[in-house]
Design a protein around this ligand. Structure first.
Ligand SMILES: Nc1ncnc2c1ncn2[C@@H]1O[C@H](COP(=O)(O)OP(=O)(O)OP(=O)(O)O)[C@@H](O)[C@H]1O
Ligand SMILES: [Mg+2]
Length: 354
């Protein structure tokens, strides 16, 4: 039920009737004698519902209704019209009246008016509640989106710093290797440099791409291979990469990078001992939907030769640990002439850009 109602009617008898009838239900009723006054009154104070007699001098009910609808936050309007006049009722509804009530001279219509006013007030309350809920929802979504943007920015920043710090460590190791006169120390520090750089590259990729949570492994490997070629001191190897676009989470991308790093380093060191040039091929491709296959191969002497004295075997155990992370086995292809290592791991199926 509405608390406060504005009723406009030029008939003083009906005004009193309505005032008394609605007042009996505890409703505060303000009455005015025409549409112009109704609009003035609405500009000054809030009403839950407005009821307008349609036949009034100066401004009739529907014309008043139109003026009321131009007011901000206007209450719903009910048109009260003579019993025979259904055409007015139709045009009232068309003009946006919430409802209409057919009146009679004896005042029998007051209960009908009360029902219409109550319906309008309830509908308005529900609409306001719905609007409030919707705007709350919108606000929350906006806040969430803002947070997500901030979070991505922060992650990017963190990855940037991590990458820079790792790069710095790699540079220290390289400097230290360069200042050593011992060939073995030099070689060990070069290996350490490359291992650190393999991890640094993942963070670099994470802050340079749009996506801060996954890594395009193909692009990552391209950068990594470029790094490896740069730090290579011998002239023998010729690195080539053929990688299909595959996205992985940072942890698994690191695992792939470290594996490639170790296997390429091994191929550089051992595959072609006689100084002759030979290819080192790195491949990454999808196999049967949910899996991807990583391969590193050379056409060298093969890995089954006697382990060199300075071998630490560290590379092999790093590769094993990283493959474990990927939930994959390290397979040495027995049919390949030279060394071919294949690692097949699970990855999310490709999403078709549509
Ligand atoms: N591509 C390859 N061609 C020929 N021999 C290989 C190849 N990869 C590995 N090997 C052999 O396997 C051995 C073990 O490699 P692994 O990476 O485990 O150790 P490492 O490379 O000698 O030491 P580290 O990795 O610590 O530098 C190597 O010493 C080498 O004899
Ligand atoms: Mg090795």
């Amino acid at each position: 039920m509405p608390k406060k109602v504005l009723y406009a009617d030029d008939d003083a008898g009906l005004r009193r009737l309505v005032e008394r009838g609605l007042g009996a239900h505890g409703i505060e009723v303000v009455t005015v004698e025409d549409g112009v006054r109704a609009v003035e009154r609405l500009k000054q104070e809030q009403f839950d519902v407005v009821a307008l007699d349609n036949y009034m001098p100066r401004l009739d009910g529907i014309a008043t209704l139109k003026q009321i609808h131009d007011l901000p936050n206007h209450p719903p309007v009910i048109i009260v019209t003579g019993e025979q006049d259904s055409a007015v009722a139709v045009s009232a509804l068309k003009s946006g009246a919430f409802d209409y009530v057919l009146k009679d001279a004896s005042g029998q219509f007051v209960p009908l008016l009360l029902a219409a006013l109550t319906g309008a007030a309830d509908a308005m309350r529900m609409r306001r509640a719905k609007e409030a809920a919707e705007s709350e929802l919108r606000e929350q979504r906006d806040r969430f989106e803002k947070l997500a943007v901030e979070r991505a920015l922060l992650l990017r920043e963190v990855n940037h710093r991590v990458a820079n710090s790792l790069q710095l460590i790699a540079a220290f190791l390289q400097l230290q290797g360069g200042s050593s006169n011992n060939a073995e120390v030099k070689a060990a520090l070069t290996d350490a440099t490359r291992r650190v750089m393999a991890v640094a590259q993942v963070h670099r990729r994470l802050y340079t791409s749009d996506d801060v949570q996954s890594v395009s492994v193909d692009q990552y490997l391209a950068a990594l291979v470029e790094d490896l070629a740069k730090t290579d001191t011998t002239e023998t190897p010729v690195l080539s990469l053929a990688a299909e676009p595959i996205d992985l989470d940072p942890d698994r991308a690191v695992a792939i990078g470290v594996i490639v790093n170790e296997l390429v380093l091994n191929a550089m060191k051992y595959a072609y001992p006689q100084q002759e040039k030979g290819p080192i091929r790195i491949g990454l491709k999808r196999v049967n939907g949910r899996h991807a296959m990583l391969s590193v191969e050379d056409d060298g002497i093969g890995h089954n030769v006697k382990t060199l004295p300075r071998s630490t075997g560290l590379g092999r155990s790093i590769v094993g640990a990283m493959a474990n992370r990927l939930g994959a086995d390290v397979v040495y292809d027995p049919d390949h002439h030279g060394t071919r290592v294949v690692i097949t791991f699970e990855c999310a199926p490709r999403v078709n850009p549509s």
